[in-house]
Design a protein around this ligand. Structure first.
Ligand code: HEM
Length: 179
């Protein structure tokens, strides 16, 4: 039975990471106005929000599975308070922080955007760091992190994310210069 929770922890973690990276890339393409002509900007934004919500749902399932796995060494305190997991303090801290940023991004945007645009944007941007934290957490803690497929997957995700961030920064600079 323990194996079921162990496999579920790993599978939901991988799915949450893929969804979070997808949402990040779509969000950055949308805000860099790099969405192409085939689909409307609203379509990209909807998909970005949808994937972000799904990433949080899978993160919830991932945390639940690790709590139910008696061999994980994770209790409710370790899942909520950064730095409290004994043998894996840093690895777990990245996971906990990533989860908080995902919660902030989703719950400040849904069901309706809250706060002023400026405050909301800064809160929302914490999820960019959150995706990176999730990747570090997975690399440091995952059973599969020693496999080549997993490492290539993480590298590809990181490369696409960095590309999208660079595109967004370049777009912000060129917009500021043309003002
Ligand atoms: C409180 C928050 C979290 C907890 C308690 C937690 C717990 C765990 C545990 C116990 C493992 C080790 C599983 C194993 O034995 O391999 C793990 C691995 C992993 N976690 Fe998390 N995690 C959290 C947040 C996150 C977040 C936010 C993400 C990404 C969105 C994530 C993605 C992953 C991935 C990809 C793995 C590697 C799975 C594998 O080896 O295939 N985790 N997590």
């Amino acid at each position: 039975m323990n194996q079921v929770f162990w496999y579920t922890t790993r599978a939901t973690g991988v799915v949450a990471t893929v969804l979070a990276v997808g949402s990040l890339i779509l969000g950055l393409f949308f805000s860099a106005r790099n969405t192409g002509a085939k689909r409307t900007a609203a379509w990209w934004l909807d998909l970005h929000n949808y994937l972000g919500g799904l990433a949080l749902a899978f993160t919830g399932a991932h945390i639940l599975a690790s709590l139910l796995d008696p061999d994980s060494g994770i209790g409710i305190v370790q899942a909520v308070v950064p730095g409290t997991a004994h043998a894996t303090a840093w690895a777990m801290t990245w996971g906990v922080l990533a989860t908080y940023t995902f919660c902030i991004a989703v719950f400040t945007s849904w069901p309706k955007r809250r706060f002023s645009r400026r405050v909301w944007r800064w809160l929302h941007l914490t999820s960019v760091a959150g995706v990176a934290f999730g990747g570090v957490h997975a690399y440091q803690l995952g059973t599969d992190a020693t496999t080549t497929t997993f490492e290539i997957g993480l590298l590809v995700g990181a490369a696409f994310s960095i590309y999208a961030v660079a595109l967004r920064v370049i777009s912000a600079i060129s917009r500021a210069m043309s003002r």
